[in-house]
Design a protein around this ligand. Structure first.
Ligand code: EPU
Length: 418
């Protein structure tokens, strides 16, 4: 298994370009199943999760062409409807294939995603919505089986504004008979990007980015072309890293408006942030002030940056309270941060971080995607030797060439293959 080695203590400076958003590209690729023909998707990041969805879609009969970050997606010959356990178990977002398959083929058989390191992660709201839309659903030997003639539009209130749940329902509703109203819908930019793509395919959708999305079903959709939005979580990771490492960094190809809550917190910690149309400049402070955060659905502080912000607060001056409200087990990085000398107390969904003058290099283990990024950030400031981050296959699921991007900014970081 590969590991990442970091000699911490070097300031970051220069420019870094953000890749396309994983969590937008995944539903957009799944949405190509709603039509027959060739769609073209630009700015698709090169990641293991993208490879996984391509592998499953290839089993369904989809053909892919690729040039750099542009994917040609040919859905002319989609005949199969099974997403197998072996692949779904490596990526929960495979559930995004459920809505498009039922809506277009009238059937789907998808391995039920299990929990993951950060929580139980149920999909009851996806299943309940599709069943209310008329899909006949049952669980057999670990697979969700769904069948429907033509789904029917309904009014749905989501108990929680689930991101992939909103996306699944929105995709299914595009080809349903009648109008679907999704109340308490997720407002994340990735949901909005999917809505733009679906609209370019001929779907009738309004309200994305608000908590009520209305979809008027149409008979068919046409192939389309789309440019995936930049990854706000990757941009936020660089923003926090630059603020931690006394950096002077320009983060290119991002949408600062997607990071308002994060920018506000990084500024409160003392960094100087310049917001421009499609780039951000960050200068790290000499002294980092402690700041409290609470994760919330968009536009609140994203759970996917909680671990990275915690690494930041580990070297702040004072105490910081970090509250996780989205996932019940998203503090697994805490015990690894403690190995670097961090002082953190956990009490339920709250972590109290007592900032230290220094973190000390040590071997640590990544436990999930965002925890990997958190440990790399901590390694960039840890002194006294090399920080080794093990199990970085988690990192490769969602960050494109992260260590190379940090190298370009002057960090002493490299990958050791084994
Ligand atoms: N929930 C339910 N029932 C459901 C669905 C969700 O109770 O049917 C609960 C979850 O247990 C959780 C909350 O709702 O407490 C929010 O979960 P959500 O469904 O929004 O998460 P998701 O759609 O599975 C996406 C991202 C995650 C990101 C979350 C929250 C993708 C592919 N994944 O997951 O990304 O953390 O939204 O913003 O879009 C990551 O990229 O590292 C990652 C985990």
């Amino acid at each position: 298994m590969d590991k990442i080695l970091i000699e911490g203590g070097y300031p970051l400076s220069g420019e870094v370009k953000v890749s396309g958003a994983k969590n937008a590209a995944l539903p957009i690729l799944a949405a190509c199943l709603l039509t027959q023909g060739n769609s073209v998707i630009h700015n698709v990041p090169s990641l293991r999760d993208i490879d996984t969805i391509k592998r499953i879609m290839t089993l369904l009969g989809v053909e892919f062409g690729q040039q750099g970050h542009t994917l040609a997606v040919n859905t002319e010959n989609v005949q199969h409807h099974v997403a197998p356990y072996e692949l779904v178990k490596t990526m929960r977002a495979s559930i995004l294939l459920l809505g498009p398959l039922v809506a277009k083929l009238g059937k789907a058989k998808i391995s039920l995603p299990g929990g993951c390191a950060i929580g139980a992660r149920p999909i009851n709201l996806h299943l309940k919505a599709l069943a209310s839309m008329g899909a006949d659903m049952y669980l057999d030997r670990g697979y969700i089986n769904a069948k429907a003639r033509r789904l029917k539009g309904i009014e749905i209130f989501l108990d929680v504004p689930t991101v992939t749940g909103t996306e699944n329902i929105m995709m299914a509703a595009t080809l349903a008979e009648g109008t679907t109203v999704i109340k308490n819908a997720a407002k994340e930019p990735e949901v909005q990007d999917l809505a733009y793509f679906l609209r370019s395919m001929g779907a009738s959708i309004t309200g994305e980015g608000t908590d009520t999305i209305v979809v008027e079903g149409v008979k068919e959709l046409r192939p389309s072309e789309h440019n995936v939005i930049p990854d706000r979580i990757e941009a936020g990771t660089f923003l926090i890293a630059a603020a931690m490492c006394a950096g002077d960094v320009l983060i290119k190809n991002c949408k600062p408006e997607h990071l308002t809550a994060v920018i506000e917190k990084v500024e409160s910690a003392g960094a100087t942030v310049g917001v421009h149309l499609d780039y951000i400049t960050v200068q790290g402070p000499e002294k980092i002030d402690s700041v409290d955060i609470k994760t919330m659905p968009y536009p609140g502080f994203p759970t996917d940056l909680q671990a990275q912000f915690m690494a930041f607060m580990c070297i702040a001056d004072g105490w910081s309270m970090i509250r996780e409200t989205i996932f019940e087990n998203r503090f697994i990085h805490v015990s690894e941060l403690r190995r670097l000398g961090a002082q953190i107390e956990i009490n339920g969904a709250q972590a109290l971080v007592r900032g230290q003058k220094q973190l000390l290099a040590a071997p640590v283990m990544a436990t999930d995607l965002r925890a990997s990024a958190c440990l790399i950030l901590a390694g960039l400031v840890a002194r006294g030797g090399l920080t080794e981050v093990h199990r970085i296959y988690h990192l490769d699921r969602g960050y494109e060439a992260l260590e190379q991007k940090f190298q370009k900014l002057g960090a002493k970081i490299w990958r050791e293959k084994s």
